[in-house]
Ligand binder design. Structure first.
Ligand code: NAD
Length: 464
């Protein structure tokens, strides 16, 4: 059964960032022999020492447990991946500096390094990184020319930072993008490369063995071609981004109409066709995925002649960024129209709670814009201080909420950590210069703050 099929598989995970480290650790938790390889020696050393180099609840415990079994190792040497049966490709695909498109140099660099060590015949390369449609076919052509015995699958990843262990061990669904049996991916003379009949079944069987535990527990697997698998990921993120920008667009209308977006969203959410998830109006989305994925999706659609289909994502992006501008303007308005010399306390630096990820963080974007306008900005975040200080050394950082708000002229709540919801506002009142708060996430209790003497402002809600 499951045990006998999965036990002999050896797995390599290429790229051990948020996705790859989580994947490697969870695969070893499932009983596989796993080696994680990364080009960043510091990251590898920390992982090998039992330290998760980012904030992810529950992950470090699993790392230590599995390192101790000897089933899990981390290395900078690709040679150590040579005997793996399955290679998961988990490297980054950030936005390019010169356009909205995805930067594919890390993906290509990783495949190049893998091919250089000579993966064993029959090995399977499984792409998990979020990539432009057409990437898998291109890589399949590359493999067909240089390592025709190596198979390829596309298995996009949907994990959420903050819930990464749960999402990896018990995903909502699995998507298996499989090669076509009769396609040769650009290799001119197909007869030079043997008979690939049954390749699709072989690849699917390996993926089913890797994910046997989740599949046995009832996780649905959607089997598709390469392009569909690639598109599922960006389509999911495009939908989520659209849902957030939809409610933030409603928030803008509410502000003008004198309506309350939180009540509006709550009423919408009872319609099961709409649902309440991702309907929280506020400062909008950020992070290492949504913003760059919707831009890369548009860029790729333009390239392949489907540009008009995704023009609405331009507007989704614009609405999202306008929330940041609006928050900055509201803060300056509450400071009496001048930022220069004023003290601003920012609660939150991570792009979302339960993460230390500050990639395209709305909170830090607002904080740094106010700093550049002349304000003296002090930031506190329960997990992301180190990352924030590295990227924004000119902001000030406090060791806790009380220190952050000391002498503040305005307090901005910009990342909705549970810790901030639990603040007792009356304890902060004597610390600040002026008790004024902007709730950029609409998750604080207005009554509580107002009754403690605060001027409470939210986005998309009447500020009475
Ligand atoms: P990350 O930046 O945290 O990690 C990427 C890692 O790849 C880094 O450690 C980097 O050193 C390493 N790397 C770069 N080039 C390499 C090479 N040639 N060989 C080996 N390692 C190399 O990024 P991430 O957040 O883990 O995202 C990785 C991919 O997964 C992206 O495509 C992203 O869109 C996708 N994804 C991320 C998440 C998430 O929640 N973070 C969720 C789903 C999908």
């Amino acid at each position: 059964s499951t045990e006998t099929v999965t036990a002999p598989l050896r797995i390599s995970v290429i790229g051990t960032g948020y996705l790859g480290a989580t994947h490697a650790i969870c695969m070893s938790e499932l009983g596989f022999d796993v080696v994680g390889v990364d080009v960043d020696p510091d990251k590898v050393r920390r992982l090998a020492d039992g330290e998760v180099p980012f904030f992810e609840p529950g992950l470090e415990e699993l790392l230590r447990k599995n390192l101790a079994t000897g089933r899990l190792a981390f290395t900078t040497s690709f040679a150590e991946t040579a005997d793996a049966d399955v290679h998961f490709l988990c490297v980054g695909t950030p936005q390019r500096a010169d356009s909205g498109a995805a930067d594919m140099t890390y993906v290509d660099g990783a495949v190049e390094r893998l091919l250089a060590v000579g993966p064993k015949p029959g090995a399977l390369l499984v792409g998990k990184s979020t990539v432009p449609a057409g990437t898998a076919v291109r890589l399949a052509g590359w493999l067909a020319r240089e390592a025709p015995d190596v198979d390829l699958a596309w298995n996009p990843e949907f994990l959420r930072e903050g819930f990464a262990v749960e999402d990896t061990l018990r995903p909502d669904r699995l998507v298996f993008g499989l090669p076509a049996d009769d396609e040769w991916y650009g290799v001119a003379d197909r007869h030079d490369h043997g008979d690939h009949t049954g390749r699709r079944d072989r690849v699917e069987a390996t993926l089913r063995a890797v994910y046997a535990v989740a599949l046995d527990a009832g996780t649905p697997a959607v089997v598709s071609d390469f392009a569909t698998a690639e598109l599922v990921k960006v389509a999911a993120n495009a939908f989520l981004a659209t849902k957030i920008s939809f409610i933030n667009a409603m928030s803008e209308v509410c502000e003008v109409a004198g309506a309350d977006v939180k009540t509006l969203a709550s009423a919408l959410s009872y319609d099961t066709r709409i649902g309440g998830r991702f309907l929280g109006a506020g400062l909008g989305f950020g992070g290492g995925c949504l913003p760059k994925d919707i831009r890369a999706f548009q860029a790729r659609a333009e390239e392949i002649g489907a540009g008009p289909a995704l023009r609405f994502l331009d507007e989704v992006d614009t609405v999202n960024l306008r929330r940041r501008t609006r928050t900055v303007e509201l803060a300056i308005h509450l400071l009496g129209g001048v930022a220069a010399g004023r003290r601003v306390a920012v609660l939150g630096a991570a792009f979302k709670p339960n993460s230390d990820d500050i990639r395209d963080s709305p909170a830090l974007d607002v904080a740094d814009t106010l700093r550049r306008a002349g304000a003296r900005v002090t930031v506190y975040d329960p997990a992301a201080m180190e990352n924030a200080a590295r990227k924004f050394p000119d902001l000030r950082y406090a060791t806790g909420v009380a220190a952050a708000v000391a002498d503040a002229d305005v307090v901005l709540h910009l990342t909705e950590w549970a810790d901030f919801r639990e603040i007792e506002p009356s304890l902060l009142t004597p610390l600040v210069r002026r008790p004024v708060i902007v709730d950029g996430r609409n998750t604080l209790d207005p009554q509580l703050w107002r009754s403690a003497g605060w001027i409470y402002h939210a986005l998309g809600r009447p500020n009475v």
